[in-house]
Design a protein around this ligand. Sequence first.
Ligand code: MF3
Ligand code: CO
Length: 251
Amino acid sequence: MKEAIILKSPEEIKTMRRAGAIVAEVLALLKGKVKPGVTTLELEKIAEEETKKRKALPAFKGYKGYPYCLCTSINEQVVHGMPSKRALNEGDILSVDFGVRFEGFYGDSAITVPVGKVSKDAERLIRVTEESLGKAIEAARAGNRLYDISSAVQTHVESHGLSVVREFVGHGIGRELHEPPQVPNFGIPGQGVRLKVGMVLAIEPMINVGGWAIKVLGDGWTAVTADGSLSAHFEHTVAITEDGPLVLSAL
Ligand code: MF3
Ligand code: CO
């Protein structure tokens, strides 16, 4: 049997909303700092300080030995890029993935940001990826099935000729960063477990301009597109409530 999905009470969802708001605040701050010449290690330092100020703990640092608060993935890097002394260049795209633990609960979110002026292809990739997350969130309703969320991403992305990464998926989230169920970004509508009030999901489309295949670099973390094409990533922590989807990782 698959591990059970842990439902959260309205009270617990309130706490998760506060965790999510902290994630959103820090990401908004970081977004404002993204410019040519800035290094991803500088962004990491800001994230670390701002997390501490808010009495939260970074969720990723120490997770399976990951050494940073942020994942910073540039251009063909899909996810789990590590902050470094590499300076951002005009025309790059940067995905920033960030999570915290606050009062025992996790929040997790990611954005992809253009560095200065970027190509039309890059702009479109970012736009379609963010739109696909919006469509997935709309499908996160009690009574729907899990893969209604997945297919919402896939349908939108593939209609624009982009491809959905298969090897990484979204996840349940709560007192653990990763809880059941896995939330793929591809799937058949009407399939998968039935969604219930109290489920909280981190929905995170990872989308490539070229093919969906990825590989992990020798550092053991950085995932890149196999064909070197650009990749984007957006993520929100979303609760399924009586009143529909509630984005916990919003400002
Ligand atoms: N948002 C990613 C996830 O949900 C971040 C995990 S990075 C890790 O899985 F370093 F913590 F693994
Ligand atoms: Co996540």
